[in-house]
Design a protein around this ligand. Structure first.
Ligand code: SF4
Length: 358
């Protein structure tokens, strides 16, 4: 697996298509991180998990452990399995169930050799029609079954095969332009030209910001509860990972650095929330932790001008009022992990922070 060099050691990103993860897989990640690097797992803005501070020789051992846990199904395509889907799809009845489609597309992606050449930034969104993940700005996506190209709708409807064709059309257009663009929207006339390769055209780009999965309890169509918890600052300690696995057999990491725990019997939900809270996970939508995120900052990132996580934590503790807008703390102008849509940015300047609302 590809590992980035960071100031605190190797940084490995584990892709979770649709954010899906079993309790056993989370347990494997927790053990691997504790044995090979920083025991604290990081949740990312694409619903993936990162392990950092990997020591020399650790990436090979990590890859073997992930493969064993079913988290590394394709060595050739690992970097491009960037698939975000509506986290509550198939649970709350608000749209069609896209869970099987996510699995089908992931398998088709890995089975198509040319798609190993997609840029690592290329993002596929599968929105069940409720409009939560389309606003994340995928390169190709489905919104209620309709194909989107850089958020511009086409008349085409379909499933995994259509997404594969669209991704191949992006690669063909990129090669045709002699471009090294990472994103479809960066190509000259990107959406329209890729649509033309698919024999269709695009309409005006869909407006609208992403809509975070609500924190707290959601009633599933079968009467059970789905509990959505915040991992403060997107960090999962070993105890928190254990607590998650103690509540649900399977879970969904969302692009908002929260975790959905589905299929909890409704009469056990309050007790489950108490157990999660005891581990420091937050199921209260009014909590000041909801919507607060931070990049790695010091000491993990050499570019950082501050220990942003410590500063963000201190700010939340000092002012426990819920935030009207998401707040993202960053250690430099690269703005890693910034949420899409309106938010407040706290940018380290070297002598403090500059607050910018966007
Ligand atoms: S925003 Fe800057 S300081 Fe923060 S992780 Fe990215 S590069 Fe590092």
């Amino acid at each position: 697996m590809r590992v980035h060099a960071a100031a605190d050691g190797g940084l490995a990103r584990v892709r979770l298509p649709g954010g899906r993860l079993t309790a056993a897989q989370l347990g494997a990640l927790r053990s691997a991180a504790a044995a090979l690097g920083d025991p604290v797992l990081e949740l990312t803005s694409r619903g993936n998990v990162q392990v950092r501070a990997l020591r020399e020789g650790a990436p090979q051992r990590l890859a073997a452990l992930l493969h064993e846990a079913g988290l590394l199904p394709s060595e050739t395509h690992e970097r491009v399995r960037n698939i975000v889907a509506s986290p509550l799809s198939g649970l709350d009845g608000a749209g069609p169930d896209v869970r099987a489609l996510v699995r089908e597309f992931d398998a088709a992606l890995c089975a198509t050799p040319e798609l190993a050449g997609l840029p690592g930034r290329f993002l596929v969104t599968i929105d069940d029609g409720r409009g939560d993940v389309t606003g994340l700005g995928g390169d190709v996506g489905l919104h209620g079954g309709r194909l989107l190209l850089a958020q511009a709708p086409t008349p085409l409807r379909g499933g995994a095969g259509l997404l594969v064709r669209a991704a191949l059309a992006f690669l063909a257009e990129r090669a045709g332009q002699g471009s090294a663009a990472w994103r479809l929207a960066e190509l000259d006339g990107g959406p329209a030209r890729v649509a033309a390769r698919l024999g269709t055209e695009t309409g005006p780009r869909l407006a609208g910001a992403p809509r975070p999965t609500p924190v707290g309890l959601t009633r599933q169509v079968d009467g059970a509860a789905a509990i959505v918890v915040v991992a403060p600052l997107g960090l999962l300690t070993p105890d928190q990972a254990e607590a998650l696995g103690g509540v649900a057999e399977e879970m969904i990491v969302t692009p908002w650095r929260t975790v959905v725990l589905p299929h909890v019997p409704m009469d056990e939900a309050d007790l489950a929330v108490e157990r999660l809270a005891a581990a420091g996970l937050v199921a209260d939508p009014a909590s000041p932790w909801a919507g607060v995120t931070a990049c790695a900052g010091r000491p993990g990132c050499a570019k950082a001008l501050a220990d942003v996580r410590a500063d963000a934590r201190a700010a939340v503790v000092a002012d426990a009022a819920p935030q009207a807008l998401p707040v993202h703390w960053v250690g430099c102008e690269r703005r890693c992990g910034a949420p899409r849509g309106r938010h407040v940015e706290m940018l380290a300047t070297g002598s403090g922070y500059r607050r910018v609302e966007s």
